[in-house]
Design a protein around this ligand. Structure first.
Ligand code: T3D
Length: 267
C-alpha cells in the first residue's frame, strides 16, 4: 500500500493533518486534493474534533500546484490545445479554499517551511497562521505567467493592503516568516524547534473555547469587509442575539461567576 498523501493524527480534541509529498515539497496533485478534502470533511463531521492543525512533512509546507502534473502541462506545440487551468481551479482549489473557510472548528496553519503559490494562499486562508522562523511565503504565480489563486486576490489586500499585495504578487519575491509577521500577513513566527509545540498548545487552547462563537467570529469578520460601518454594527447585534440565546453563553457567564472552568458544547 502506498503512503497516505495526508497523515492524520489526533491528540485529545486536536486533529493534525500533515501534507505528505515531501519529495515534491508537498505540492498539490489531484490525488492530494482529493485526500485532503476527504480528511477535512471527516474532521468537520467528527464531534471529537474541536480544532485542526495543518502542516507539511519534510522541509516545506506546500509548493502549490505540482507543475509536473500532466493535467496542467502546457502544450509545447504552438497553436495546440492548452490545458484549462481554470477548470482545475474550479474542481480542486475552490472547493479546498471554501472548505477551509467553512470548517465548523478553527483551523491553524503551522507553516514549517516554504509555502509557495497556491500553497501560500492555502495557508493564508486558515484562521490563524503560525510559521517557523525559517519558513517563507512566495506568491510564485507571476513567475510562471499566472495570477494569484486559491483566494490570493481576496486575501492578500485584506491582510497586508494593496501596496504590499501587489508588490508580493508582481515580484513573486520570497518573504521571510519574520517579514510576514511584521507586515501582518501571518499571526506569528516562532523558532523552528517551537513550531509543533506552539501550534499544539494554541490548538488545545482553542479546542476548549466556545467553538460556535469562534466560527461565527470568522464569518462575521469576513462578511463585515463587504458592509458599511452601520450595517456591520447591525449585523453584530443580530448575531449577538443568536449567540446570547445559546447554551455556551449561559455556561460562560455561569462559569465566570462561579470562578470555575467553563465546559462549552455548542457547535
Ligand atoms: O497549472 C497550474 O499551475 C494551476 C495552478 C496554480 C496554482 C499554483 O500554485 S501556481 C504556483 C506553482 N508553484 C510554483 O511555481 C513553485 C515552484 N517551486 C519553486 O519555486 C521552488 O521549488 C521553491 C521556491 C518552492 C523551493 O525551492 P528550493 O530550491 O528550496 O527547492 P527545489 O530544489 O526547487 O525543489 C525541491 C524538489 O521539489 C525538486 O524536485 P527534485 O529536483 O528534487 O526532483 C522540485 O522540482 C520539486 N518541486 C518544488 N516545487 C514543485 C516541485 N515539483 C512540482 N511542482 C512544484 N510546484
Amino acid at each position: 500500500m502506498s503512503e497516505p498523501l495526508v497523515l492524520v493524527s489526533q491528540a485529545v480534541a486536536v486533529r493534525t493533518l500533515t501534507l505528505n509529498r515531501p519529495q515534491a515539497l508537498n505540492s498539490f496533485t489531484t490525488a492530494l486534493h482529493a485526500e485532503l478534502l476527504g480528511t477535512l470533511d471527516a474532521a468537520a463531521a467528527d464531534p471529537l474534533v474541536r480544532c485542526i492543525v495543518i502542516t507539511g512533512a519534510g522541509r516545506a509546507f506546500c509548493a502549490g500546484q505540482d507543475l509536473s502534473d500532466p493535467a496542467v502541462a502546457p502544450n509545447a506545440e504552438p497553436g495546440g490545445a492548452q490545458p484549462d487551468i481554470g477548470d482545475l481551479i474550479e474542481r480542486c482549489y475552490i472547493p479546498l479554499a471554501l472548505r477551509i473557510r467553512t470548517m465548523p472548528v478553527p483551523v491553524i496553519a503551522a507553516v514549517n517551511g516554504v509555502a509557495a503559490g497556491a500553497g501560500a494562499n492555502f495557508a493564508l486562508g486558515c484562521d490563524i497562521v503560525l510559521a517557523a522562523r525559517s519558513a517563507s511565503f512566495i506568491q510564485a504565480f507571476s513567475k510562471i505567467g499566472l495570477v494569484p489563486d486559491c483566494g490570493g486576490t481576496w486575501l492578500l489586500p485584506r491582510l497586508v493592503g494593496r501596496a504590499n499585495a501587489l508588490a508580493l504578487a508582481m515580484t513573486g519575491d520570497r518573504l521571510s516568516a519574520e517579514d510576514a509577521q511584521r507586515i501582518g500577513l501571518i499571526w506569528r513566527c516562532v523558532d523552528d524547534a517551537e513550531l509543533t509545540a506552539d501550534a499544539a498548545a494554541l490548538a488545545a487552547r482553542l479546542a476548549e473555547m466556545p467553538l460556535r462563537a469562534l466560527v461565527q467570529t470568522r464569518l462575521a469578520i469576513d462578511s463585515a469587509g463587504g458592509l458599511d460601518y452601520a450595517a456591520a454594527l447591525a449585523a453584530e447585534a443580530r448575531l449577538q442575539s443568536t449567540m446570547g440565546a445559546a447554551a455556551d453563553y449561559r455556561e460562560g457567564v455561569a462559569a465566570f461567576m462561579a470562578k470555575r472552568k467553563p465546559q462549552f458544547n455548542d457547535r
